[in-house]
Design a protein around this ligand. Structure first.
Ligand code: G6P
Length: 471
């Protein structure tokens, strides 16, 4: 089998789940990416290559919910060197402003190269003559050039979902040149923010020595590569529809009741990741109680921390630190049946998230660095009554669009305390004015518009490949 559109991402858009009869099956994961790409895949005879998680040996492509999926196998050694090691122990902290210290290990790099090569070979084997291949994210930055070497006939796009760092940080990477050259295999390289695209072009000029002009790189073989921002978004209409449903309304009332009907509910929802600023935000909230601005009867902070990358040392340390902090805050400030922080270390279906968004009066999103942050946009999409306050870090990509949020510097605890207090005290006229403006932004720039603009730009590139039809 071969396809006209090949999506290559580290993860498949499905999760392995246990079926009622005890056998194993698949469930489409709740991410926005699959919602956006699915229609384009259907319109273009597409396939999605990715890792299903774990060390399953099942390599045969299969169909799920009408999507063609091609699973990649990983051995325990691949997971350690490529996924936990180079992707999440080197690149992730380096690209997120050194919030944690990146480690540089030559064996991790070797694993990264080897796994990228396997993804490239799989894509080469599944792509029709002149097909379009769209490669995703930091785990697969070498795939574009590897693929071009194997299949010069293809039209190749790459999109980075996380920030692309400034030169001062990127240059620490012993394999900086190889990564830049890997990305230059694409015809179009997409970033979240204009700054990321500019960092990339500048580094290519300085480190690889290619000529550049604005967002274009001129390669010696006559090919050009375009680097442009495409800020990602969510399925806004889908979230709003879910939030409006009877089931979510009931669940949201139940949540409020279970929390003891406090005057205000603060909410944080994050993968348990050191980039997200969970620790500092909980401290800021607890100090507001301690300082006497409000009481545990007035306000509760619900923090959902979704388990993530649990084999990586820095993630384990973070979990312990947060466990300890929450225990101390609740021990010091809570009363019977009234914890200051209601802490949940678990992942939930989208409906439960929508119920939480509906229940929350103040949404708190305070990462130290974040490519976009879709949680901030999901909260806005769910607030169909134009109410609710968003406290948002300046260092999340979303802050560029959601200017009407209470913007904070997450390194400044006193500044965060002021913003949390203002959001807590804001009258409905103020929250409505701000929310209305943010809702316009999120509904107009949804994930379908994002996928469409990337695909349109990629189709315009002059290559040998044929263009992909919009869905
Ligand atoms: C971020 C990355 C994705 C990644 C996701 C979950 O959003 O940009 O590429 O898939 O985190 O992390 P995980 O390591 O579980 O895939």
């Amino acid at each position: 089998m071969s396809y006209d559109l090949v999506i290559v991402a580290n993860r498949l858009p499905v999760d392995r789940v246990a079926l009622p009869d005890g056998s194993k099956g698949w469930r489409t994961s709740p991410g926005g990416l699959v919602t956006a790409i699915e229609p384009v895949m259907r319109a273009n005879d597409g396939v999605w290559i990715g890792w299903p998680g774990g060390t399953d040996q099942d390599l045969e492509p299969f169909e799920h919910d009408g999507l063609q999926l091609a699973p990649m196998t990983m051995s325990a050694a691949d997971i350690e060197g490529f996924y936990e090691g180079f992707s999440n122990g080197t690149l992730w902290p380096l690209y997120h402003d050194l919030v944690a210290k990146p480690e540089f290990h030559r064996e991790w790099w070797d694993a990264y190269v080897a796994v990228n090569r396997r993804f490239a070979e799989r894509a080469a084997s599944l792509a029709n003559e002149g097909a379009t291949v769209w490669v995703h994210d930091y785990q697969l930055q070498l795939v574009p050039q590897m693929l071009r070497d194997l299949r010069p006939d293809l039209r190749i796009g790459f999109y980075l979902h996380i920030p692309f760092p400034p030169g001062e940080l990127f240059q620490q990477l012993p394999w900086r040149r190889q990564i830049l050259e890997g990305l230059l295999g694409a015809d179009l390289v997409g970033f979240q923010m204009p700054g990321g695209a500019q960092n990339f072009v500048r580094l290519v000029r300085q480190r690889v020595g290619h000529k550049t002009h604005r967002d274009l790189v001129y390669l010696p073989d006559g090919r050009t590569v375009r680097a442009r921002p495409f800020p990602i978004s969510i399925d806004a209409a889908g979230f709003e529809e879910m939030a409006r449903s009877e089931a979510v309304a009931e669940r949201s009332a139940e949540i409020r009741e279970a929390l003891g009907n406090p005057r205000k509910i603060f909410l944080g929802i994050d993968r348990l990741d050191y980039t997200k600023g969970i620790f500092a935000r909980l401290r800021a909230f607890s100090e507001l109680i301690d300082d006497g601005h409000f009481d545990v009867e007035d306000a509760v902070f619900v923090q959902v921390a979704v388990p993530s990358r649990e084999q990586v040392e820095q993630y384990r340390i973070l979990r312990d630190e947060i466990d300890r902090l929450v225990g101390r805050i609740n021990g010091d400030l809570g009363r019977i049946g009234r914890p200051a922080i209601s802490y949940l270390h678990s992942s939930y279906p989208r409906e439960e998230m929508a119920a939480l968004y509906r229940a929350a009066d103040v949404m708190v999103v305070t990462p130290y660095r974040d490519g976009m942050n879709l949680v901030a946009k999901e909260y806005v999409a769910c607030r169909f009554n134009d109410d609710g306050a968003l406290v948002l870090s300046e260092f999340a990509g979303a802050a560029d669009e959601l200017r009407q949020a209470w913007l904070v510097n997450p390194y400044d605890i006193n500044g965060m305390k002021s913003a949390l207090l203002e959001a807590y005290q804001a009258d409905s006229k103020e929250t409505t004015r701000r929310m209305k403006a943010m809702r316009r932004t999120v509904t107009q720039h949804d994930v379908a518009a994002w996928a469409d603009s990337f695909m349109t730009e990629l189709s315009d590139v002059e290559t040998h490949g044929k263009a992909v039809r919009p869905a």
